[in-house]
Structure formats: structure tokens, C-alpha cells
Write a protein that binds this ligand. Sequence first.
Ligand SMILES: Cc1ncc(COP(=O)(O)O)c(C=O)c1O
Length: 365
Amino acid sequence: MKVRFAGRDPLRDVTAYRSTEPANTAANEPGRFDLSSNELVLPPLPPLPTVLSVIEDGLSRLARYPDPTARTITEEIAKHLHVSPDAVAVGPGSAGVLQQILLALCGVGDEVIYAWPGFDAYPLLVAISGATSVHVPLTSTGDHDLDEIRARVGPRTRVILLCSPHNPTGVVIDRHRLDSFLRSLPGDVLTVLDEAYVEFDRGENPPGTPDVLSRHRNIVVLRTFSKAYGLAGLRIGYAAGPERIMVTVRKAGLPFGVTHIAEQAAILSLHSEGELRGRLDTVTVSRDELTAGLRWSGLPVLPSRANFVWLPLAAAADSFAQDLAEAGIRVRPYPGYGVRISVGAPEAQESLLRSLGRGVPTIWV
Ligand SMILES: Cc1ncc(COP(=O)(O)O)c(C=O)c1O
């Protein structure tokens, strides 16, 4: 049989999402640590404690379909962001919602611009939409090169993807630079600001929802319950932006794409600000200790505002990750660029620093 991949040529050349890696193991084995993935890996930090109870309650409803429009969580998110429910789209993870945005806005012959290295799913999601990816290298400080991104905008550009704090560098986009960037764009180009890690940014100048949404009409902000809220396994995320765009983005979603358990857990998560704050304090302290420890070991580390840190090791990235793998510590190499290390449990971070051969600085003992 001769099948035709109508208008989806870019899909043939793109690699399936992290297809060469083993499935996530349930937990670290004794003496071995996985710091390669950005779920919350700092025990004891599963979903917020209050949220666990609704997950258990939801088990009795598994034979029933969820609300096809996920109305209750949509309304809760709208309240949380001070926008109208019509300005919100909820989906199976923020990756799922990003797919809806790209399917709604892009097709064959269109271009989507984003900084590289970036989140591994971007090339795949752009290819699924039929559009072509345009990569713009990050600056040496791990930042978006907004001038170069602007220079690459042309008649085929439909969407620009920005990520702040950026995965994999943890660097945030300055709000004033973002404002002038958005003002400089042609009216038919939409910017999607991926804020998957925004809760970890305790800085004074985060780009930030809902502020940016009230100042600009050409931006959609993407957020997730997977990272700070610890719900990666339930798959729920959302986008907020202009109503005339979001109405189509909602239509591009898979019917019943958000489960009842995910919806209930997300609602309770939004109401558990106190528990979230406590957790974020712990992550921030661990991140700063990890940064200090790695620098003390003589390694270059960018100042991160996420739950991971970035070592711009360029050509040495692969061998660095390989050496650590042999010592039982998994980190994420980006060959030719650098290495991303997720904030981990104290014993994982301690083991990492010991493996680097300079012992542990006094903050660890
Ligand atoms: C920058 C960025 N955006 C989005 C996602 C997707 O998150 P989810 O689909 O779990 O909401 C990730 C996950 O790693 C990410 O790093």
C-alpha cells in the first residue's frame, strides 16, 4: 500500500520525541541519581499533599468520560490570571496546548522561529503542523537573541516561540526587552511565551502573565501543572491569550483530552498557594547551592531562574555527561552546546559534586 503524508513532509525528517532514551524509571536506585529530567525530583515533593486526596477520589470515576470542555478548570485558571474564560485553552500538558496553537495557526509553507537549543518537543510539534522550524542560536549568556529573531521574521513567519525561563539554560527574558520586541513585530505574527518554569523564577523582573497579556494583543502565554505543581504524569497545561485566537485553539484540541482527575488536581493545585510557596523556597535554595557547588568545582554555570542549571561546556558536553553516567549520575547533554542538570535531592547533588573530584564545599557538610 502506498500511503501519502499530505502536507506533512517535515515530519519525515524530524526525530520522534526523545525516542532513543530509556523510559523514565520510577525512582533513583541506591547510589544512582537521575538529574536529566525537569520534573520535580526533590523528594519529598510529589503532587502537593492536598492534591493527592482528589487524585484518589477520582479513581472511582475512571469508567466515565471527563467534561469535554474542562469548563471548571478553565474558569479557575481565568480567575487565577484575571482574564476571561474565553481567553483560556486547557489541554493535555502545555505541549498538548502548544500543538493546538500550532495546528490552529500554521500549515505547509509557514515558518515558526525559536531559539536553539530549546525544548526538544518544539521541532516535532512544528513539523506535525506542517510548518518549518527556523532556529536562532542562543547568545553566549544563554539568552534569546531577540534582535536576530526579529531579523529572521519574514512573510512566511506565523509564530515565534519564546521560552522564559528558558529550557535548557534557565535564563529569563527581560520584561522591557520583551515589550519592545512584541511592539516591533508585524501584526500577523503571534508570539507564544512558554512559561513552563515561571513559578521557579523568584526574580524581580519576570516577563509574567497576566501583565503581559493586558499590554499586548500579539502574545499567548503557555503554562503547565507539570513542573512546580508536580503533576507531570497527569498531563494538564494551559494557554491564555486574545479571545479571537483562543477560540480556534480550543477547537484544535482532542475531545476529552483532559481527564477528570487532572482537572480536579489542577483546581486544587491553584488553591494551594501556601504549599507551593514552601516547595519553591526549597527548590530555590537547592538550585543556588547546586550552582555554588558546581562553580566551586571550577565549572562554568549560568545563573538560572528555573529548577535546573546550565553548564555551557560546548564540545566537552558529551564527555562530561558520559563521565558522570559512569559514576551513576545521569545529566542531560546537548552535544556541542552544554549540559543541563536538574535540581535534585541533597544526596544526589552531593554525590554529583563528589564525582566531580573536588570533594564537597562546606555548604554540603
Ligand atoms: C519549556 C517546556 N515547555 C513545555 C514543556 C511541556 O510540559 P508539559 O507538556 O508536561 O506541560 C516542557 C517539558 O519539559 C518544557 O521544558
